[in-house]
Design a protein around this ligand. Structure first.
Ligand code: NAD
Length: 258
C-alpha cells in the first residue's frame, strides 16, 4: 500500500516509534530511522518487517534544530524527501512545578514539541510539490487531559495537538493530512522507568507497580501496544484516511472517556 513512499519516524530505535516503523515497513514504505537507542537492531527489525525496502538512519538530536535540518537534508538527498512524517521522539520528567529543573523543562519542550515544528516546516515544501503527504504526531492522552507532576510533558503534548490542528488547516486543500495519535499507557522504556520508580517508592514488586499504574488511568486494565499504534498509523497514512484531518485520536483503553 505504501510502496515507493518514504517514512521518517523520529525516535524509532525503540518503543512506539519502532512499532510504527515496522508497521509502515510491512506496507512497503522505505524508512528513515532516528533515535539514540540500538540503531543496528532497529534497522534489522525494520528490514525484517519490510520486503526489499530501503532503511536509512540519521542520529540527529531532536533538541537541536541544526541537526534536524541536517537530517531533513539527508532525507532529501538520499530518499527524495519525506512522504510520511511521524513525529514520535519524546522524553518524560516527573516533578512538582516548583521543583521542576529548568533544564528538564527546556529539554521536554524541545524534544516533544519544538522538534515537530522543525521537521514539519522542513517537510512541507516537498510534500506540497508532490501534493501528497502524511504528518502523524505522536501526542498522548496527556495531550487531552493532565496528570500532576508532568507539567512540561502535558504542556508539550497539548501543544503538539494544537500544532497538528494548525498544520491540518494550512494543508486542508491539499493531499497532505496532519493528525495526532494520543496513546494511553504503552509498556516501553519510557514507562518502565515510571513503573520502576513506583515500585521503589511504594516498596512493592514491579509486577504490582505495573498493574497499579495501568489501573489508575485505564479502565481496560490493559497496556496499549506499539503494534496497535502501528496499525492506526498505517490507517492514517492510507487513502481511506484522506479526509481525516486535524484529529487527536486517542487509543488509550478508555482513559479520556472518563
Ligand atoms: P521510548 O523511550 O521507548 O522511545 C523514545 C525514542 O525517542 C527513543 O528512540 C529515543 O532514543 C528517542 N529520543 C529521545 N530523546 C531523543 C532526542 N533528543 N533526539 C532523538 N531521539 C530521541 O519511549 P516511547 O514510550 O516509545 O515514546 C515514544 C513517544 O510516544 C513519545 O513522544 C512519548 O511521549 C509518546 N507516548 C508514550 C506513551 C507510553 O505510555 N509509552 C504514551 C503516550 C505517548
Amino acid at each position: 500500500m505504501l510502496k515507493g513512499k518514504t517514512a521518517l519516524v523520529t525516535g524509532s530505535t525503540s518503543g512506539i516509534g519502532l512499532g510504527i516503523a515496522q508497521a509502515l515497513a510491512a506496507q512497503g514504505a522505505n524508512l528513515i530511522l532516528n533515535g539514540f537507542g540500538d540503531a543496528d537492531g532497529a534497522r534489522r527489525e525494520a528490514e525484517q518487517a519490510g520486503n526489499g525496502i530501503r532503511v536509512g538512519y540519521h542520529g540527529a538530536d531532536m533538541s537541536r534544530p541544526a541537526e534536524i535540518e541536517e537530517m531533513m537534508r539527508y532525507a532529501d538527498s538520499e530518499f527524495g524527501g519525506v512522504d510520511i512524517l511521524v513525529n514520535n521522539a519524546g522524553i518524560q520528567h516527573v516533578a512538582n512545578i516548583e521543583d521542576f529543573p529548568v533544564e528538564r523543562w527546556d529539554a521536554v519542550i524541545a524534544i516533544n514539541l519544538t522538534s515537530a515544528f522543525h521537521t514539519t516546516r522542513l517537510a512541507l515544501p516537498g510534500m506540497k510539490q508532490k501534493n501528497w503527504g502524511r504528518i502523524i504526531n505522536i501526542a498522548s492522552a496527556h495531550g487531552l487531559v493532565a496528570s500532576a507532576q508532568k507539567s512540561a510533558y502535558v504542556a508539550a503534548k497539548h501543544g503538539i495537538v494544537g500544532l497538528t490542528k494548525v498544520t491540518a488547516l494550512e494543508t486542508a486543500q491539499t493531499g497532505i493530512t496532519a493528525n495526532a495519535i494520543c496513546p494511553g499507557w504503552v509498556l516501553t522504556p519510557l514507562v518502565q522507568k515510571q513503573v520502576d520508580a513506583r515500585a521503589e517508592r511504594e516498596g512493592i514488586p514491579v509486577e504490582q507497580a505495573k498493574r497499579e499504574l495501568v489501573m489508575e488511568k485505564q479502565p481496560s486494565g490493559q497496556f496499549v501496544t506499539p503494534q496497535e499504534l502501528g496499525a492506526l498509523a498505517v490507517f492514517l497514512a492510507s487513502d481511506a484516511a484522506a479526509q481525516v484531518r486535524g484529529a487527536a485520536w486517542n487509543m488509550d483503553g478508555g482513559w479520556v472517556a472518563q
